[in-house]
Design a protein around this ligand. Structure first.
Ligand code: NAD
Length: 479
């Protein structure tokens, strides 16, 4: 990581939930590791009027709460909060930008980071306001939270609007999954191990499964969720990002644009799911009550809703590397477990020649867990040393080693923003191509008039999703 030359970090939405739980703690962690320059000022922008000392004391308490005890130090947290100033302004008012300029005047000749942790309807106005006082220059960076658009047209319009005021190389679109240790590790495993890279293709891989399952229901996000569903909340952004990293071609260099070029190419080759292929390729579900917990409709207080809280996809990538390999993507709420994992299922080797005691020989599997734990396991067959006959059993090799606190996603992403490195941020064309694919999918289910299948809370999801596996081994159970 290169040293940062950032002189001011401006956090729009600095009194909000995300700022308190994730952003200040992550900035603090960068501060104690010397990645946030010691003389950098942090400006919290919100509509609230805050007295400086009370605000700093409040952030101190949040750090105590959200930073792990091994990384929290009273002394360092006090030094950190002294860097924080509060600016009260309403971004919808024209006079907001003069106020901002007054505070930032002395920093304008060096890079300033603007982090937009506010509702998406403000993104365009804030970019315009910053540019109206010429504070978008000299290496300024604009960090944009999700959601980025709600379909292809809105995402494209937002991209166009932001690019009127900031160049693409200044814009950092956040997808916090890209900051996870295990996801970073996919690149390391794939591109630094011949045993994986030489086998990373349809000839050797039977299927790939990507799962993001939650036990939680929609909670108090019902209004947002009912307009979006699992497809927009998870599939279009996080899961398509994971898919592109697992399946992309090797980049010609380990540079932000070389990597993102390959991710876009991969997403472009994801086969569209049209109305004809829909019923063999997609299953949507909605949770009903289970284990005494409310149904989705009770949670959102509605009589009926077509919103899916579960979606499963059987997808294909139309390129030479992946011809014929199914990619199973599954995400949902109120499922049997809370887990994020990627399973690379290799093809069997000599299943008739060597068997296990029960007559089966397991496929090799590479399992990458990215939540709640960051673990990687390789399943390998070996001789069963307890068996009288020559048979095999399966050993589980743990490839991840834990030493100390792993970097949290927001900590890592903020470190990259400070260093001006866009590798872990989503480029304009990536966002647009993934929305285009999802828009086609949504048009297909609307055309067919299909409603989500009910599934019991805390189950594996709708049983109809099993039909996606006509030839393969079935879903890995959600635990
Ligand atoms: P929040 O409602 O808790 O905070 C919103 C912030 O925006 C507050 O500081 C508020 O004062 C400020 N604000 C609102 N109107 C303003 C105005 N007119 N002028 C100036 N400031 C104004 O929201 P949040 O949960 O912190 O989320 C912020 C953004 O991050 C949203 O885009 C959300 O989708 C995204 N996000 C949040 C989470 C999360 O876990 N909270 C996760 C992922 C993405």
């Amino acid at each position: 990581m290169t040293n940062s030359d950032v002189v001011a970090f401006v956090l729009f939405g600095g009194s909000g939930d995300l700022a308190k739980r994730k952003l200040y703690p992550s900035l603090y962690l960068n501060f104690i590791k010397g990645l946030l320059p010691g003389d950098c000022k942090i400006f919290s922008v919100s509509r609230l009027s805050e007295e400086v000392q009370a605000f700093q004391a409040e952030i101190f308490l949040q750090l105590e709460r959200y930073v792990s005890p091994s990384q929290f130090s009273d002394e360092k947290a006090k030094a950190f909060v002294k860097c924080i100033r509060h600016i009260q302004l309403d971004v919808t008012r024209d006079d907001a930008w003069e106020t901002l300029e007054t505070h930032l005047e002395r920093f304008r000749h060096a890079p300033i980071v603007y982090y937009l942790s506010v509702a998406p309807r403000f993104f365009g106005d804030i970019a315009k306001g910053i540019a109206s006082v010429s504070l978008n220059q000299n290496g300024a960076r604009l960090v944009v939270e999700k959601p980025f658009g709600h379909d292809f047209e809105s995402a494209r319009a937002l991209n166009k609007e932001l690019r009127l005021f900031f160049d693409e190389h200044q814009i950092f679109r956040i997808d916090h999954y890209l900051g996870k240790e295990s996801i970073q590790n996919i690149l390391a495993l794939r591109f630094s191990n011949n045993i994986f890279e030489s086998q990373w293709h349809a000839g050797a891989i039977e299927s790939v499964q990507i799962t993001v399952a939650e036990k939680l229901g929609v909670g108090d996000r019902g209004d947002y969720y009912d307009n979006n569903g699992a497809s927009k909340d998870m599939l279009q952004n996080h899961m398509m990002q994971l898919l592109s990293i697992v399946a992309m071609e090797p980049p010609f260099a380990f540079s932000p644009d070389a990597i993102r070029d390959e991710k876009v190419k991969l997403l472009r080759s994801l086969r569209p799911i049209d109305a004809d292929s829909y019923s063999d390729s997609c299953v949507r579900g909605q949770y009903v009550s289970g284990q005494g917990e409310a149904s989705y409709l009770e949670d959102v207080d509605k009589e009926s809703s077509d919103c899916e809280t579960y979606i499963a996809i059987k997808g294909y990538i139309d390129n030479r590397r992946w011809a014929g390999t199914p990619f199973y993507l599954r995400t949902g709420k109120r499922l049997a477990g809370g887990v994020g994992e990627i399973v690379i299922n290799f093809k069997p080797s000599n299943p008739e020649l060597i068997k296990s005691k029960d007559g089966l020989c397991s496929n090799n599997k590479l399992v990458i867990n990215f939540q709640p734990d960051q673990d990687i396991f390789l399943f390998i067959n070996k001789k069963d040393n307890q068996s009288e006959s020559f048979s095999v059993d399966t050993a589980r090799l743990q490839l991840s080693t834990k030493s100390g606190d792993l970097k949290q996603p927001y900590e890592r992403l903020l470190g990259h923003v400070l260093a001006g490195d866009q590798t872990l941020f989503v480029r304009d064309d990536e966002i647009e191509v993934s929305w285009k694919w999802l828009d086609q999918l949504a048009a297909s289910w609307e055309q067919g008039g299909s409603s989500p299948y009910p599934y019991k809370g805390f189950s594996q999801g709708p049983i109809e999703a099993d039909k996606l596996f006509v030839e393969s081994n079935g879903w890995e159970p959600i635990k």
